[in-house]
Design a binder for this molecule. Structure first.
Ligand SMILES: O=c1[nH]cnc2c1ncn2[C@H]1C[C@H](O)[C@@H](CO)O1
Ligand SMILES: [Zn+2]
Length: 359
């Protein structure tokens, strides 16, 4: 039986892969664009919401990424970054998210003269504003950030240094994103090296628009602690009538419990999966990989955590216990101190599901 949407919304959820510049409220984009004189492809919030969802629905990652020009354009000042970060936290809290690591690329927010450090400070303040307001509203949430270096740019080491410098401000880790084909993770080896030398945490967008070599480099050469997407890992698995043959790379990832940050709707839009029902998450979860469920870009995919879980539950017949398992997977995989993670699981997630009759 399908889980009621309202139950899914109330269920505590953990979100590890959500882009700050992929989750703006359409109305906020309209207002910020008017302030800075940025020309938008649609005039009002509702048309803009449709424009993003339709434009991102091309089957190509490169075209999907073009839509971000209109979100980053309006996120160039401290007040805009602070507002967008605070609204992100409030929107997620209202959707039942209790812990989020929000990722963004500071280098894309310097056009109006901000320094990298000023940009991070503005987002840190916005996250704090959002957490305080959400707690006042009765929806406590922990919001941290991951800093991204764009894989085509040359400033990755600078961003890695920025991430290390701001780790006490809730910067939980480092990632690379952007077009994957032609930009292997090893291109940014020095940046990953800097993170590792400083005992920092790494997640890498890999195995989305490109396949196993990208995942292999990310894990074995760049030290990824988690994988963004990793959907193409399925290419290393042969499902047979009586089980599955798991290749060496997939076996390594499963054995060491490397978390996979799966984003079903986004993958359908960029062509990494044909449909949610055919998404590799079904097989990977069944085979015991450390699978987590994520939104990627709520604006471009017109999605929420509740919608992602509803789509998966419908496709794979998941019940609330399964949603709880996926949520605990995500909590265990967070770049968050181990005792805090345990407290999140024991004091928030388990009681939250128990109250809804699961666990
Ligand atoms: O799914 C994605 N794959 C690769 N890059 C992505 C994805 N979603 C967003 N990005 C890019 C576009 C954003 O401007 C950037 C920073 O969040 O990260
Ligand atoms: Zn992403």
């Amino acid at each position: 039986m399908a889980i009621a949407t309202e139950i899914l919304r109330q269920a505590p959820k953990v979100l590890l892969h959500d882009h700050l510049d992929g989750g703006l409220r359409p109305q906020t984009i309209v207002e910020l664009a008017a302030e800075v004189g940025h020309q938008l492809p649609a005039a009002d919030a509702e048309s803009l919401r449709h424009w993003f969802a339709e434009s991102a629905d091309s089957g190509s990652l490169v075209r999907y990424l073009e839509t971000f020009d209109h979100t980053t354009a309006v996120m160039q000042t401290p007040s805009a970054l602070r507002r967008v970060a605070a609204e992100m936290v409030l929107d997620l809290a209202a959707d039942g998210v209790v812990y989020v690591e929000s990722r963004w690329a500071p280098e894309q927010h310097l056009r109006a003269g901000l320094t990298l450090d000023e940009a991070v400070d503005a987002v840190t303040e916005g996250l704090a504003d959002g957490m305080a307001e959400a707690a006042d509203d009765g929806h406590p949430i922990i919001a941290r950030q991951l800093l991204i270096a764009m894989r085509h740019a040359s400033s990755a080491t600078e961003i890695a240094e920025l991430a290390v410098r701001h780790r006490k401000d809730g910067v939980a880790g480092f990632d690379i994103a952007g077009a994957e084909a032609g930009y292997p993770p090893t291109r940014q080896l020095a940046a990953f090296d800097h993170i590792k030398r400083n005992n920092g945490y790494i997640t890498i967008h890999a195995g989305e628009a490109f396949g196993l070599p990208s995942i292999w480099e990310a894990v074995q050469l760049c030290g990824a602690n988690r994988l963004g997407h990793g959907v193409r890992l399925i290419d290393d698995i042969e499902v047979t009538a009586d089980g599955a043959t798991v290749g060496d790379l997939a076996g390594y990832i499963r054995n060491l419990r490397v978390p996979l940050e799966m984003c079903p709707s986004s993958n359908v839009q960029t062509g990494a999966a044909r449909s949610v029902a055919e998404h590799p998450i079904g097989t990977l979860a069944r085979l015991g990989f450390r699978v987590t469920v994520n939104t990627d870009n709520r604006l471009m995919s017109d999605t929420t955590m509740t919608k992602e879980f509803a789509a998966l539950a419908a496709a794979f017949d998941y019940d609330l216990d399964y949603v709880r398992w996926l949520t605990i997977n995500a909590a265990k995989s967070a770049f968050y101190p181990h005792p805090d993670r345990l407290r999140l699981i024991e004091d928030v997630i388990k009681p939250g599901y128990a109250a809804l009759g699961a666990g």
